[in-house]
Unconditional design. Structure first.
Length: 497
């Protein structure tokens, strides 16, 4: 689609996200000729910077851009840098909005951006409403001439209640159709491909239900620890940081019914329905049996000493914040009744991987009885990252006498479609917002439905009687107690093991 002339106003522009994600994404879009002819970025934050200093920081001397600009002509880079401007907003984001409005208006006249503005809030969520209110007082939410959109970053709420307040706070000043809640997992090509895998193939969807699927397993593992984000993470934990947003987004795409068409409205309607059908766990016994949390302990990985979570900078030495969360749950609807979902997410695992495994039921009647396979079931493994692709595990005859069965792999790698250069998540999401396509953004009711499910678990973990937090050595697949979550002889599929 065509991208209209516009201005991107980034709040919190001197923060890490701008330099790390937004500017590199914009640079890729620029080089791919995807930016509109008239395009201006206005950085806003508390720091006192000139336009020139801002350009240096986020473009010309940015370590995040180093690799991307390598080999590019000086002129290409400076032409890009010249699109960046900066305005300081006083020390608490609540003053000087008329000064900001004047600056926006001047830049708009000079660079003819058509009064089309995106406000990207890369600030703590506590500032969202204040900023929205101030923008509205300056009529910067008014769409009489040119459109106005607001993009907000996670964390979107700390609980159901705070998420509702945030939504209500933003919706006082902006219409829901103007609000874009970013979840970078939705920008991942392979997450979007879940929809295509399901709804454009006649070989999967007929089996995609309780009659054929035994259970669904989702693993999101990171090798890294909390890095420099201990302060943030300790108040968040794996459930808020990853599960409530990224993982439940993946769940909704697996669970949802076929949408009527591929529009933002229809897709998001189905996702909300899916999230609302997750069975909410309310009583302590259910919560006890179906949730496991853990925290990584100091260890040695590849000869290198690794800190335990409680020793990390910014983390309370008595912290009960989880770096590992595993949840078993059911989906109460016609399609999924009684099919268990096992979802886990953690830091300091042996490897970085995100994958969905659909485990199919065994054939009703076993003809070949003497196979001694550990995993007899057919599996459809959707690798979200890395080695993006799809793997089908199926039974084959072992050559030779008799009918011994073994598992073989049918393995597809995205990289084999190398011609198409895959857009990074932020690149795709930014371009979508610039074009007004909200399909890959979370709607208010979606976010709230996800919190409805997560809230009781958090409450239980924080206030329930005798809730354990299990330690696991950094670099292993989580606490051994997480195996108790699995029914019968099931085992987690630990990729690479
Ligand atoms: C972020 C979380 O949203 O996602 C981080 O805050 C996490 O804690 C990151 O590391 C993982 O993203 P990705 O794209 O590397 O899987």
């Amino acid at each position: 689609g065509k991208t209209a002339n516009q201005m991107l106003v980034i709040f919190g522009a001197s923060g890490d996200l701008t330099a790390r994600k937004l500017v590199p994404s914009l640079y890729n879009l620029y080089k791919a000729n995807q930016l509109p002819e008239n395009f201006v970025v206005l950085g806003v934050s508390r720091s006192n910077l000139t336009d020139g200093e801002f350009r240096k920081k986020v473009v010309l001397e940015s370590s995040y851009l180093e690799n991307k600009v390598k080999g590019d002509a000086e002129e290409v880079i400076t032409t890009f840098a010249d699109k960046f401007f900066y305005e300081d907003l006083g020390d608490d984001y609540s003053k000087e909005y008329s000064k900001l409005a004047t600056r926006i208006s001047d830049l708009n006249s000079k660079y003819e951006t058509g009064e089309n503005y995106i406000f990207y809030l890369s600030t703590p969520p506590s500032l969202y409403e204040v900023i929205a209110k101030n923008l509205s007082e300056q009529h910067l939410n008014n769409e009489k001439n040119g459109w106005k959109r607001i993009i907000v970053e996670k964390p979107f709420g700390y609980s159901l209640k705070t998420a509702k307040n945030l939504n209500a706070g933003l919706q006082k000043y902006f219409k829901e159709t103007q609000i874009y809640r970013i979840d970078h997992y939705l920008g991942k090509e392979t997450v979007q491909n879940l929809l295509v895998t399901r709804f454009s193939n006649s070989i999967f969807e007929p089996l995609w239900n309780r009659n054929y699927i035994h259970h669904v397993e989702i693993t999101n593992a990171e090798r890294g620890g909390v890095e420099k984000r201990g302060g943030y993470y300790d108040k968040s934990g794996a459930l808020r940081d990853m599960f409530q947003n990224h993982l439940l987004q993946i769940v909704s795409l697996i669970v949802m019914e076929p949408p009527i068409d591929a529009s933002a409205l229809e897709i998001r309607n189905e996702k909300v329905k899916a999230l609302k059908s997750l069975r909410i766990m309310r009583d302590e016994e259910t919560l006890f049996k179906n949730t496991v949390r853990g925290q990584y302990l100091a260890s040695v990985i590849d000869g290198e000493k690794v800190k335990g979570y409680r020793e990390e900078e910014g983390v309370d030495p008595n912290s009960k914040t989880e770096t590992y969360a595993a949840i078993k749950f059911y989906v109460d609807n016609w399609r999924w009744k009684d099919v268990p979902f096992y979802v886990r997410t953690a830091k300091r695992m042996p490897t970085k991987v995100t994958e969905v495994v659909i485990h199919f039921k065994s054939p009703h009647h076993q003809v070949f009885k003497n196979s001694n396979l550990k995993n007899k079931d057919n599996q459809l493994i959707i690798r979200i990252q890395p080695d993006e692709g799809i793997l089908i595990k199926f039974g084959v005859k072992v050559p030779g006498q008799g009918f011994k069965v073994d598992r073989a792999n049918l393995d597809f790698y995205y990289s084999s479609l190398a011609k198409n250069n895959v857009m990074e998540a932020y690149e795709r999401l930014l371009l979508d917002a610039m074009q007004g396509d909200a399909t890959l953004y979370a709607r208010a009711d979606e976010v709230e439905a996800a919190w409805e499910f997560v809230d009781p678990i958090l409450n239980y973990w924080e206030n329930g009687p005798d809730v354990n937090i299990y330690g696991y050595s950094a670099g292993v697949w989580g606490p051994t107690n997480s195996d108790d979550l699995l029914e019968g002889n099931l085992r987690w599929r630990n990729p690479g093991e």
